[in-house]
Write a protein that binds this ligand. Sequence first.
Ligand code: ADP
Ligand code: ASP
Ligand code: MG
Length: 469
Amino acid sequence: MLKPTIMKFGGTSVEDADAFRNVARIVMAAARSQPVVVVSAIGGFTNALLLSVEKAIDGDARNATKSLDSYFERHITIAKELLGNGSRAAVESDVSEAKREIRQLHKIVAAHPVTSPPLQDEIVAYGELLSSRLLAAVLREEGLAGRYVDARRCIKTDENYGCATPLAETLAATQSELAQIIERNEVPILGGFIGSTGAGATTTLGRGGSDYSAAIVGAALGAREIQIWTDVSGVLTADPRVVAEAQTIPVLSYQEAAELAYFGAKVLHPKTIQPAIDESIPVRVCNSRSPHERGTLIVAESEAAPQTVKAIAHKGGITTVQVTSARMLGAYGFLRGLFEVFDRHRTAVDVVTTSEVSVSLSLDNVNALPEIISDLQELGTVEVERRRTIVSVIGEGLRNTPGIAARVFSAIGDINVSMISVGASSVNLTFMVDEAHTGEVITRLHRACFGGEASAKLVETQVNEEVLA
Ligand code: ADP
Ligand code: ASP
Ligand code: MG
C-alpha cells in the first residue's frame, strides 16, 4: 500500500538559489519515503502579485506588470545558478510566457476592473505555478525523478475566488493525478494555494493556503505524514516576532494546533488540521534551515504537558461589536435576529460573549461593517471598538487544571481585558486586549506560563496580520 510523505515548503524556504538547493537536499534525503512535494510561491511574490492587481485596477496596467520584474528575474537567476542549459532555457521560457500572460490579464483588469476577483486569482496563481515548475527542474537536475503536476488538476474548488473551498471531487482527482506517478517511484511536485473550478477557472485557497493544500493532498493519498517545512523550528510557545525566547513545542494535539492556528499562529493555516484529523495523519512542522531538528509533531493525543499551558497565540486587527438591548431580557428570537445580520452580510464572527442585556462579537473582516452596524441598530445600541487583539492561551491541561485563569489574569492585572471566554473544546482561554498592549501582554503571559526573562521584542503592533511577510 502506498503511503507517501507530503513535504510542503513555504515561501521563506524557496527565496533564492541557496534555499532551493537546500530544499533539494531535504527532499533527496527523504527519497525513500515516497515524497510528494508541495511548494509556495518564492518569498514575497504573492504579495507583489496582489499589489500588481491593485495597480491594474487603478488603470496602470503597464506599471502593474513592471512591478513584478524583480521576481521574474529571481526565478531566472535561480535557474542560472542551479540548472544546466536545456532545463534553464525551459524555465526561462516558462517565465517569459508567464510574464506575457500576466501582462494580458493586467490589461483586461485595467479595462474592466469589475471582473477582477477571478482574474486576480488567475494572476496570483503564477506565483505557485512558477515556483513548482522551477523546483521540479531543480530536483531533476539533482538526479531525483521529479515530475511537475499542475495542482489545479488536483484541487477542485467552488467559485469563491480568493478563498475557495475544496470540493469532494478533489479526492478522486488528486488520487488519479498522483497515484501512478508515486507508484512509478517518481516525485510529484505541485504548487500549493491554487485550485480550479469545475469549469476550469483558477482559484486560490486564501493567504497562507499552501499548508492547506498539503493537508488536502495528504488526506487524499492517505499519507504517512504531512510535513510543513518553514523558517522556524516548529510551532513555538508564542509568536517569535513578539517573544524572543519562545521555544519549540515538541508535541501538540490536533485540537491544540487547530486552536493555535485559528487564533493567529501564522506558522499553520487554520484549515490545515481538519484533513489530517479526518484521516488520522500526523502533521510535523520542521525548520528547512535546520532540518535535523525534530520540530513539532501534531497528533491526536498530545503527551502529558510539563506545563499545563502549551502556547499563547494572538491575532491583531480585530474589531469588536457590542449590541445592548433590554429586549434581550427573557425574550427569544433576539439572538437569531442578531446572527442573521452577520449571515446576510457574509461576515464570520470569531468570539461571542453574552450577558443578560448585551452581546459582544469579534470580527476580523470588516468589509461590510457600515451595513452591519446599520442593521444591528434596529436591535439595540451598538458600540464598536477597533484595533483589538485576541489573545488565546492554549493547552489540553486547561480542561481540568484549576488556577490557570488566576495565573493568567494576575500576570496582566493592570491591563484591561474584555470578552473572556473558554473555547468549546476547553483547550483555550481567550480574551481581548487593546492592540497597543499586545507585545506587553504576550510577553508577560509567556513569562508567567513558561518562566524566563521578559526581554520583550515589542514589535510594532500589526493592524492587519493578513499582510503576510
Ligand atoms: P511559510 O512561508 O513557511 O509558510 P509563514 O511565514 O507562513 O511561513 O509562517 C512561519 C512564521 O510564522 C514564522 O516565521 C513566525 O514568525 C510566525 N509565527 C507566528 N506564531 C508562531 C508560533 N506560535 N510558532 C511558530 N511560528 C509562528
Ligand atoms: N503563496 C501564498 C501566500 O503567500 C500561499 C502560501 O504561501 O501558503 O499566501
Ligand atoms: Mg505560511
